[in-house]
Design a protein around this ligand. Structure first.
Ligand code: NAP
Length: 303
């Protein structure tokens, strides 16, 4: 459990879940990254930059990018932000990514998704050089993940693993079910769990009897993007449940998991907000300082 987390549990009858305090774990991760950025500045004389690229005016994306920039600045990174309007062409976005790729001050490039219709998302993601791919989404980074070789890992899935580790949830030998197989979250989360020795099942929209599949699992990662999909009936007593979903409702933010009822069955549970979300940003920052350190070491070898 993180040093600054409150020991918070939900009590009712026999079972009560330990609530995984993602906000506290993320705060500690960001503090470690800030210390590494200070070391980098002391050694190299300038702060590495995180370049955020936003195309179009999607309001949720604007908020996400603003939060990422604020967190990066808080950790001591230089803030290189570029905002193109929704009429930007493929060539214009590619040109901007190439410019940032060639800029030695830029340690990491984050292309905010989703992109406006008409742009080729895969081609743009792959325009980011692997060494600056702090989102871990390029074809090369995904191949490195699949092979288990060194590389930058996707932020949300890495954050999930960190939460499980910090709370001492055993992964090796565990049975894990990931609900959702997206490129961004579900698939890489399953890969990371597999690499750590879990027996992994990936469920998706065509899975028959989801509850029968998830209720056998020691670890359930809910990343379906369906509010309230996972109920108490989906969860084995004592299982660790990681809720990746984020949905804005009139009552506030909710996840894919029905928190109140699952908290009575699960052993560990992430809240929404305050669970996985803060870890995504914390991992983006730790990936950025890792990218900066690796690039500095590479350049040092070539002097
Ligand atoms: P996505 O690309 O829409 O993928 C959703 C996945 O869930 C798909 O694989 C889909 O299956 C599966 N699915 C949909 N309905 C299902 C059902 N009823 N039963 C089982 N599986 C079902 O979404 P995403 O980008 O992975 O995001 C998932 C959620 O996480 C969203 O709510 C998103 O906002 C949130 N998110 C949160 C963070 C964070 O930092 N906390 C980061 C990223 C995303 P098919 O492939 O068969 O269609």
């Amino acid at each position: 459990m993180p040093a600054t987390a409150k020991a918070s549990q939900v009590h009712d009858g026999a079972m009560s879940a330990t609530i995984i305090e993602g906000t506290a774990v993320a705060r500690e991760s960001r503090a470690r990254t800030a210390a590494r950025v200070r070391d980098f500045v002391a050694l190299h004389g300038a702060a590495p930059a995180l370049a955020t690229v936003l195309v179009g005016g999607d309001p949720a994306s604007e908020i996400y990018v603003r939060n990422k920039r604020a967190a990066a600045a808080g950790a001591g990174f230089a803030d290189f932000h570029r905002h193109l309007d929704s009429a930007a062409t493929q060539a214009e976005v590619e040109g901007l990514l190439d410019e940032l790729a060639a800029d030695d001050r830029v340690a990491g490039i984050l292309l905010q998704l989703p992109l406006p219709p008409g742009l080729d998302r895969s081609a743009l993601i792959d325009r980011v050089p692997p060494g600056k791919d702090v989102d871990g989404l390029t074809t090369l980074s995904q191949g490195q993940l699949a092979r288990g070789t060194a590389g930058l890992r996707p932020c949300t899935p890495s954050g999930i693993i960190e939460l499980l580790d910090v709370y001492g949830v055993p992964i090796e030998g565990a049975s894990a079910v990931v609900v959702g197989k997206s490129e961004l979250v579900g698939h890489p989360a399953a890969e990371l769990l597999l690499r750590r020795g879990a027996t992994v099942t990936i469920a998706h929209s065509r899975t028959h009897d989801l509850a029968a599949v998830t209720s056998r699992a020691d670890i359930v990662v809910a990343a379906a993007g369906m509010p309230g999909l996972i109920t108490a009936a989906h969860i084995k007593p004592g299982a660790a449940v990681i809720d990746v979903g984020i949905h804005r409702t009139p009552a506030g933010l909710v996840g894919d998991v029905r928190f109140d009822e699952v908290a009575l069955v699960a052993g560990f549970l992430t809240p929404v907000p305050g669970g996985v979300g803060p870890m995504t940003i914390a991992t983006l920052l730790s990936n950025t300082i890792l990218a900066a350190d690796l690039e500095a070491a590479r350049r040092g070898q070539h002097l």
